[in-house]
Design a protein around this ligand. Structure first.
Ligand SMILES: NC(=O)c1ccc[n+]([C@@H]2O[C@H](COP(=O)([O-])OP(=O)(O)OC[C@H]3O[C@@H](n4cnc5c(N)ncnc54)[C@H](O)[C@@H]3O)[C@@H](O)[C@H]2O)c1
Length: 317
C-alpha cells in the first residue's frame, strides 16, 4: 500500500509514520518543513505547499492522510485569514485532487475543538458541533468539506482528536500535558487557568494507533470519529503532573490555581471509534507522563522555539 501524508513531518506525523512503515506500507510526505524534519530516512519528502500539488501528483496513492495546516488556537488567532485558507481550503483541495486521482481513502486530522463550549455532557459525534473561534470553525469546515466527498469509491475517515500529548521526535511543548510537565520542571509551578473545565486528552501513541486502524479499516467504512485516551479536568491533569514530577523526578511542584473563564469545555465519547475501527485507547495521563520522563533528555532544551508552534509561525509571517 502506498500512502501520501501531508504535514507528515509535524508532531503527530513523526510518531505515526514509523508505525506505518513498520507495517510494510510505503509512505511519502508533502510538508513545508516549518519545524524541520525528524522522519526516518526511507521516507520520500517533498518540501512543498499542498496548494502546489496537482491531480497527477496524487496518482498511484491508495490513501492520503491530512496532518497539515495551522494546528492550534494561537496560530489561528495570529492570522485568522491564513488559518481559514490553510485549515479549510487546503484540506478540501487535497481531498478533491486525491479523489479525482483515484485515491481510495482520505484520513483527516480534525479536532474535538469543534465542540466549543458544551455543558457537562458526554458528546458523541451526533451532538451539535459549533465553535466561535477561528481554529474550531476552520477544523469543522475542513471536516465538512472532506466528509461530503465520500462515496462508494472514496472512503473518508475524519478524526476529531483530543489534545494530543506525549513525546515525539518533532516535539511540541504547547500542548496541555507537555506544557504542564515543562513548566513544572522549569519553574516548579503549574499555573491552572481553570481547574474545572474538561478536556479529552489523546496520548500520541494512541493517536498513532488510531491512524493505523483507519488505514486498515474495511473499505466501506467512512465517517466522523472522536478519538481520545480519556476525559480529564484540567485540575486533575495538573495533579497527575505534580505527582509524577515530585515522585519520579524529585522536584517539588506548586499549583497556582486561577479561575479564568475558558472558551473550550468538552468531554467526548469514543465508543463509535471503538465499535467501528476497533480503536482501543491504551494510555492515560499517567502513562503519557512516563513517556515524557523516559524521553526527557531529548527535549531538555525547553527554550527551543521549535517546540512552540506560535513562535515559529510568527517568524514565518
Ligand atoms: N496536536 C494536537 O493536539 C491536535 C489535536 C487535534 C487536531 N490536530 C490536528 O492534527 C494535525 C497535525 O497536528 P500536529 O500537532 O502534528 O501539527 P504540527 O504543527 O506539528 O505539524 C503540521 C505540519 O504541517 C506542515 N504544513 C502546514 N501547512 C502546510 C501546507 N499548506 N502544505 C504542506 N505542509 C504544511 C507543517 O510544516 C508541519 O510540519 C493538524 O491538522 C492539527 O490541526 C492536532
Amino acid at each position: 500500500m502506498k500512502i501520501l501524508i501531508a504535514g507528515g513531518a509535524g508532531y503527530i506525523g513523526s510518531v505515526v509514520i514509523p508505525k506505518v512503515l513498520d507495517r510494510g506500507y510505503q509512505v511519502d510526505v508533502v510538508d513545508l518543513l516549518w519545524f524541520g524534519n525528524q522522519l526516518p530516512k526511507e521516507v520520500n519528502i517533498k518540501q512543498t505547499d499542498i496548494f502546489d500539488l496537482h491531480e497527477k501528483d496524487l496518482e498511484g496513492y491508495d490513501q492520503v492522510i491530512f496532518l497539515a495546516g495551522l494546528s492550534n488556537d494561537p496560530m489561528a488567532e495570529f492570522s485568522p485569514a491564513k488559518n481559514f485558507i490553510s485549515n479549510a481550503s487546503s484540506t478540501a483541495y487535497l481531498a478533491y485532487i486525491a479523489k479525482r486521482a483515484g485515491v481510495k481513502r482520505f484520513i483527516y486530522a480534525g479536532s474535538c475543538s469543534v465542540y466549543g463550549y458544551t455543558v457537562n455532557e458526554l458528546y458523541d459525534e451526533t451532538k451539535p458541533a459549533s465553535s466561535n473561534y477561528p481554529y474550531g470553525i476552520s477544523k469543522l469546515q475542513g471536516e465538512q468539506a472532506v466528509i461530503q466527498m465520500q462515496d462508494e469509491n472514496f472512503s473518508v475517515i475524519a478524526f476529531r482528536q483530543g489534545t494530543v500529548s506525549g513525546y515525539s521526535p518533532r516535539m511540541r511543548l504547547d500542548l496541555i500535558v507537555n506544557t504542564m510537565f515543562k513548566t513544572a520542571l522549569a519553574t516548579g509551578e503549574i499555573i491552572i487557568n481553570n481547574p474545572s473545565i474538561w478536556r479529552p486528552i489523546l496520548s500520541i501513541q494512541d493517536a498513532a494507533n488510531a491512524y493505523v486502524r483507519a488505514i486498515e479499516a474495511a473499505p466501506a467504512i467512512s465517517g466522523v470519529f472522536n478519538i481520545a485516551s480519556g476525559n480529564y479536568t484540567v485540575g486533575e491533569v495538573a495533579d497527575y503532573v505534580k505527582e509524577a514530577v515530585e515522585k519520579k523526578l524529585k522536584k517539588k511542584v506548586k499549583l497556582n490555581i486561577k479561575n479564568i473563564q475558558d472558551f473550550r469545555n468538552y468531554k467526548v465519547s469514543v465508543e463509535k471509534a471503538m465499535n467501528m475501527l476497533s480503536f482501543k485507547p491504551a494510555h492515560t495521563v499517567e502513562s503519557i507522563l512516563d513517556d515524557l520522563i523516559d524521553n526527557l533528555d531529548k527535549f531538555k532544551d525547553f527554550d527551543n522555539p521549535n517546540y512552540y508552534n506560535i513562535q515559529v509561525f510568527r517568524k514565518l509571517n
